[in-house]
Design a protein around this ligand. Structure first.
Ligand SMILES: Nc1ncnc2c1ncn2[C@@H]1O[C@H](COP(=O)(O)OP(=O)(O)OP(=O)(O)O)[C@@H](O)[C@H]1O
Length: 297
């Protein structure tokens, strides 16, 4: 199997004055699960359509599993779930899976596709009688049918309720655990945090951060060290190692730090503490900082 599932170099796409995708370089190793995270208009959908070969880039190149995207898709190596895909009215879920399986040289068994997508009990239901969440699962079944090495999902959990969303991510996890590569776009920060082993943060058509969810958090300021303000003095706290900012609220101090370990050790030596709490900044805060929207809300 090819070690590199996706390679994008200098990928660029403009719509008039808008640089929807502005020189993206990205390499995704086979077997990883990667989230393309970004706010509305960040360029996620455009990147995915260029990546799948659905639209030509203005500049740059795309290689999927070592080949041009069209070739990889035709060979059944790539499955995709894109937004607003229409279905033939009157056809059933089973018809759709049969259609998709017929397109690929080595399709998965029908029963496996239906089970993975959570559609076993709905196999004979007409597509135009499915709920929004069920329709989304049918799209997922279509993407899975060819048994692709690379699964590309554009905002896959849109329109799913909580239970359907959990079932959906459990299916993705199972598929990824078999060594398949999954690339999904989302603006749900917790989804990227929870389900991806790598997060690529897009804003304005560019990659603004790229790493593990923990690394993406670290880029934006690390951790918060909070404790009770015993004697009321905050003097010198800003000089402790790693500390970026000091806030006092309701008798507690919150230090934002790049190095929580060093901050806590120095704090212990300096004055001691009570009610210590160390928390991650969270992807949400990282996202706001990195995309430059902090304080604009
Ligand atoms: N066909 C098009 N014509 C003109 N502008 C476009 C077109 N497609 C996308 N854009 C613009 O390109 C930018 C990136 O859009 P894109 O849909 O890729 O973002 P996104 O991150 O997928 O957003 P969302 O989360 O809202 O789906 C936006 O400014 C969008 O308005």
């Amino acid at each position: 199997m090819n070690d590199t599932a996706v390679r994008l170099t200098g990928l660029t796409r403009r719509f008039g004055p808008v640089r929807a995708v502005d020189g993206i370089d990205l390499t995704i190793a086979s077997g990883s699960t990667v989230a393309l995270l970004g706010p509305n208009g960040a360029g996620k959908t455009t990147t995915i359509s260029l990546l799948l070969g659905l639209a030509p880039p203005d500049a740059g190149t795309v290689t999927l599993l070592g080949r041009p995207p069209g070739e990889a898709v035709r060979a059944g190596q790539v499955g995709a779930m894109v937004q607003d895909a229409g279905f033939v009215p009157g056809a059933t879920v089973r018809d759709l899976v049969a259609l998709a399986r017929g397109l690929y040289p080595r399709p998965l068994d029908t029963a496996r596709v239906l089970a993975l997508a959570g559609l076993t009990d709905l196999a004979d239901r007409r597509l135009d009688r499915l709920s929004g969440g069920e329709t989304q699962r049918a799209r997922f079944a279509f993407a899975l049918a060819g048994g692709p090495d690379l699964l590309v999902l554009d905002e896959p959990s849109a329109a799913l309720d909580v239970a359907a969303r959990q079932a959906f991510w459990a299916a993705i996890r199972r598929y990824a655990a078999d060594g398949h590569t999954v690339l999904f776009s989302t603006h749900h920060l917790h989804e990227a945090d929870e389900y991806a082993d790598r997060v690529v943060l897009l804003a304005g058509g560019r990659v603004v951060a790229d790493g593990s969810p923990a690394q993406v958090r670290a880029v934006a300021g690390g951790r918060t060290v909070a404790f009770d303000l015993a004697d009321g003095s905050v003097a010198g706290l800003d000089l402790l190692p790693g500390v970026r900012s000091v806030q006092v609220r309701g008798g507690r101090v919150a230090l934002t730090t790049d190095d929580a370990d060093a901050t806590v050790l120095a704090l212990a030596a300096d004055r001691g503490f009570r009610g210590l709490e160390v928390t991650g900044v969270g992807l949400e805060a990282a996202f706001l900082t990195l995309t430059g929207t902090e304080g604009n809300h």
